[in-house]
Design a binder for this molecule. Structure first.
Ligand SMILES: [Zn+2]
Length: 183
């Protein structure tokens, strides 16, 4: 082999390497949305029964819509935001080690809060995190953090799901509530 051939081989190896790298994206571990509601991507990582139901998209949309109305927001507040349904008991959230939901520009929701799986998306902290997306207020000073009854009234009576089949989807506002942090 002459030196020109070796150089051509080396160039081809570099080009191949660059092609493989670009095929891996830009290195960010972002999951493609499972579905999109309005301009909000929803990533379903959880294998919990309710997340596999054909009504999941409609349930996420109506639950989020009820939360937006409660907080005085519109879908514009969630444009470009990703909502992730996470199977872990606790979701990554800044320095917190026991967050069952998080809003840090995106929303992450545990689907196994307190170690007991939810039977429906309405039972998760989704309604709570939508509040942060609309009004911010990380210290929970707004009195609405301790109410949520109007949202519960809207979302009550829907079906839930377990691996054995359909069950109730009882709403507990305590999951959404948070007392104000001391200033
Ligand atoms: Zn909160």
């Amino acid at each position: 082999m002459d030196t020109g051939g070796a150089r051509r081989l080396a160039v081809r190896a570099i080009v191949l390497g660059a092609t493989l790298l670009s095929g891996c994206g830009d290195g960010r571990a972002v999951s493609a949305p499972t579905f999109v509601v309005h301009r909000t991507g929803v990533v379903v990582l959880s294998g919990i029964p309710f997340a596999a139901q054909p009504d999941l998209q409609a349930r996420v949309e109506s639950t989020t819509g009820a939360a937006l109305a409660y907080w005085g927001g519109t879908w514009d507040a969630l444009a470009g935001v990703t909502i992730t349904l996470d199977p872990a008991r606790y979701v990554a959230c800044g320095g917190k080690s026991n967050a069952t939901g998080c809003y840090d520009g995106d929303v992450r929701i545990s689907t196994s809060d307190l170690g007991r799986p939810f039977s429906c998306v309405e039972q998760t902290t989704l309604v709570h995190e939508i509040g942060h997306a609309v009004i911010g207020d990380p210290g929970h000073q707004d009195p609405r953090w301790m109410d949520f009854e109007p949202v519960a009234a809207q979302l009550t009576g829907r079906p839930g799901y377990t691996s054995e089949g359909e069950v109730d989807c009882p709403i507990a506002v305590s999951v959404w509530r948070h007392p104000p942090e001391a200033p």
